[in-house]
Design a protein around this ligand. Structure first.
Ligand SMILES: Nc1nc2c(ncn2[C@@H]2O[C@H](COP(=O)(O)OP(=O)(O)OP(=O)(O)O)[C@@H](O)[C@H]2O)c(=O)[nH]1
Ligand SMILES: [Zn+2]
Length: 198
């Protein structure tokens, strides 16, 4: 199990994907033997493995590794976490920002672990709703805080480059557990991140 994001590839998978990408390039009307694209099947194979390496990672373990006993019980907010994921319908990117808050219940978590959890779930084939839920559930079940909130605002390339071709729409999803189910707490969080929400 990997805890870090780094470029490490399963040679068998790279090889198999490489052949598939060569066929895709040919099928799309390009000459896979042309010098400029000769190495493209291997590059694409590695890029796709990198972008989906979240399948091999365990977000709960990442959080557990850096939980510290602490009596702090105010809201902790980490905002503007870059999100890059692939939509499971078209395998095209969707990207934007995640904002996460939690209220500790005896334990705080190493701050960097929250963006790491985002990446573990983002580096898979996803829909924005499930990505949001995965993050909320993971933090809720592992850290067991008094409450956790996640808001993701993203733009989907499948709606921009193709299909409906809308360049300026964005999609906001959210998940709230525990104390954040109360209006007052939820509103405090939304106010703290509101400068980033259009
Ligand atoms: N709810 C949700 N839908 C998504 C997400 N990413 C992409 N989609 C949508 O998934 C849908 C798939 O619809 P289909 O009709 O099967 O596919 P399609 O013919 O390519 O649809 P169009 O994109 O409208 O051309 C589209 O409406 C996409 O906009 C996501 O994260 N969440
Ligand atoms: Zn899509």
């Amino acid at each position: 199990m990997h805890y870090q994001f780094f470029e490490e590839y399963n040679l068998k998978t790279t090889d198999s994907l490489k052949n598939d990408f060569r066929e895709i390039i040919r099928e799309l009307g390009e000459d896979p033997e042309r010098e400029g694209v000769l190495k493209t099947p291997e590059r694409a194979a590695k890029a796709m493995q990198f972008l989906t390496q979240g399948y091999k990672m365990d977000a709960n373990k990442i959080l557990k590794k850096a939980m510290f006993k602490e009596s702090y019980s105010e809201m902790v907010v980490v905002k503007d976490i870059e999100v890059y994921s692939l939509c499971e319908h078209h395998m095209l990117p969707f990207f934007g920002k995640a904002h996460i808050a939690y209220i500790p219940n005896g334990h705080i978590v190493g701050l960097s672990k929250l963006p790491r959890v985002v990446d573990v779930f983002a580096r898979r084939l996803q829909v924005q709703e499930r990505l949001t839920n995965d993050i909320v559930e993971c933090i809720n079940n592992t850290l067991k805080p008094q409450g956790v909130a996640v808001v993701i605002e993203a733009q989907h390339m499948c709606m921009m480059m193709r299909g409906v071709q809308k360049q300026n729409s964005s999609t906001t999803t959210s998940g709230f557990r525990g104390q954040f189910e109360k209006n007052e707490t939820r509103n405090e969080f939304l106010k703290l991140i509101s400068s980033d929400l259009k």
